[in-house]
Design a protein around this ligand. Structure first.
Ligand SMILES: C[S@@+](CC[C@H](N)C(=O)[O-])C[C@H]1O[C@@H](n2cnc3c(N)ncnc32)[C@H](O)[C@@H]1O
Length: 116
């Protein structure tokens, strides 16, 4: 009798919602809407705030930040996530409030902001 080969479960990344997440890059998305609401509430964001979000992932927190603030600048290491972010908010009232950037890790990133 021929033995079926069984695949070992992936350890480095796992598949979820169309994107495989790389745990080594800290890719764990926020799934609990109450937790997301609590983060935004405790951050005391005002409707005039421009928010810098590092590592938006697929945008669960980003959505709430967009609702709360004036605009969001999202900097993400993984280009797949940036694409997903753009897809998610394309054609919504938030599309012009969000600037998504693909960037190398912050260690090598040298942001330059001109603040009003
Ligand atoms: C915890 S996950 C994202 C959680 C997301 N905010 C949410 O609401 O579900 C962290 C994200 O940060 C990104 N990331 C990790 N290191 C980074 C870095 N140095 N610069 C920018 N993004 C980074 C990962 O690719 C990942 O998408």
């Amino acid at each position: 009798m021929r033995k079926e080969k069984t695949k070992a479960p992936p350890t480095e990344c796992h598949y979820q919602g169309g994107i495989s997440f790389h745990k080594s890059n800290g890719q764990h998305i926020l799934k609990n809407p109450m937790l997301v609401d609590s983060i935004v509430q405790k951050s005391g964001i005002k409707s005039t705030d421009i928010i810098l979000e590092i590592g938006p992932g697929t945008g669960n927190l980003t959505k709430k930040l967009l609702e709360a603030g004036k605009s969001v600048i999202a900097v993400e290491l993984d280009s797949r996530m940036v694409l997903e972010l753009q897809r998610r908010f394309q054609g919504t009232p938030f599309s012009n409030k969000l600037k998504g950037f693909h960037s190398k890790p912050l260690r090598t990133w040298n942001p330059c902001f001109i603040l009003p």
